[in-house]
Ligand binder design. Structure first.
Ligand SMILES: C[S@@+](CC[C@H](N)C(=O)[O-])C[C@H]1O[C@@H](n2cnc3c(N)ncnc32)[C@H](O)[C@@H]1O
Length: 317
């Protein structure tokens, strides 16, 4: 069936046989900052962020199989923790971590609401919230990109709807660009984020993702697939992840900073330990070296350190 990308994308990831419902979870196909030693260090930093923001509860939206929450539980037994994802609660999650099952994409579970004294983390969630893909056609007008769900073959459909066009005018103007220029319309991400904000009574929300701002928008589109650790052509058949970079500056925010800057502020340096420690405390030295290596990877501006941290604080009366 030939449908707009946004529709095919949603079904491919969150339909009954969707990619994110598969048993292996996202970690079976790609790694993120939440996994392994990097995840342990990130969790410690997020614990400090929770303290700085006065939060006693951390909610991880789009938490995979709870990898970051497991690290957080190890680092911070005192924090209340809740995971939200599209599958049932993983059986190996620490037992005092609460879990909410979500519909997926831009839709969140009804039970996620009235959050207080909370730090809500959405780590690589918004890039998998499907969005409308628009392309400038040969005649110079913006058209919605359609895709054949079986073959991945694309074609150009009708003009985008007025709300998507208004979003483009405000954040990613397409008029006057040459044929083939693409815009991944961030409106669905903005709406999903706004919905999440609306569920918080008092607290801080943090979205961490790869993306762009008005100064460095891509021109050729960023939609790709991931399968078993490899980038593959985007095929909306449920066999691969589908992701496109996030227009992070259009999300409602108080702060927008690189992961490097944010983690530096939270005490993650990546600095190697002194060689003296190797003589006086070899085990401590090796542990510090492992932390330094994880810190360096998390803050490398050419890699994970270039991810965006979008921060919004909410305090309703
Ligand atoms: C790219 S993975 C990131 C997983 C994990 N946060 C990490 O960084 O490793 C995106 C995750 O978001 C989940 N997800 C997508 N839409 C969601 C929604 N509306 N509510 C909860 N989880 C969602 C997917 O099921 C998937 O586990």
């Amino acid at each position: 069936m030939v449908v707009p990308w946004r529709e095919a994308w949603h079904e491919a990831l969150y339909g009954a046989a969707g990619f994110y419902r598969r048993a292996e979870g996202p970690a079976g196909h790609f790694t993120t900052s939440t996994h392994g030693p990097l995840g342990a260090l990130l969790a410690q930093a997020l614990g400090r962020l929770a303290d700085r923001e006065g939060a006693t509860h951390v909610v991880d939206v789009g938490c995979g199989r709870g990898e970051l929450l497991t690290h957080l539980r190890a680092a911070r037994p005192d924090l209340r923790l809740t995971g939200v994802d599209v599958v049932d609660r993983p059986s190996d999650l620490p037992e005092d971590v609460a879990w909410l099952r979500s519909p997926g994409g831009g839709a969140l579970p009804d039970a996620l609401r009235d959050l207080e004294d909370v730090l809500v983390v959405a780590h690589e969630w918004l890039d998998v919230v499907p969005c409308t893909v628009v392309e400038v056609g040969e005649e110079g007008a913006a058209r919605v990109v359609l895709v054949d769900g079986d073959t991945g073959e694309e074609s150009l459909g009708p003009a985008p709807d007025p709300d998507d066009l208004a979003w483009c005018s405000a954040h990613w103007p397409i008029d006057g660009h040459e044929a083939g220029t693409r815009v991944e319309v961030g409106r669905s991400r903005d709406l999903a984020w706004a919905d999440l904000l609306g569920r918080v009574h008092r607290g801080t929300l943090l979205a961490v993702d790869y993306g762009h701002t008005r100064d460095d928008r891509p021109t050729s589109g960023t939609l790709v697939g991931y399968r078993e650790g490899t980038v593959v052509p985007p095929l909306p058949d449920g066999s691969c992840d589908l992701t496109a970079h996030v227009a992070v500056d259009s999300l409602e925010h108080d702060e927008l900073l690189t992961q490097r800057r944010a983690l530096r502020d939270l005490g993650v340096t990546g600095a190697t330990p002194s060689a003296d420690l190797a003589r006086t405390d070899p085990a401590g030295y090796l542990a510090a070296l492992a932390r330094a290596s994880a810190g360096a990877a998390l803050t490398d501006l050419g890699g994970l350190g270039g991810f965006h941290w979008v921060v919004r604080r909410v305090a309703r009366m």
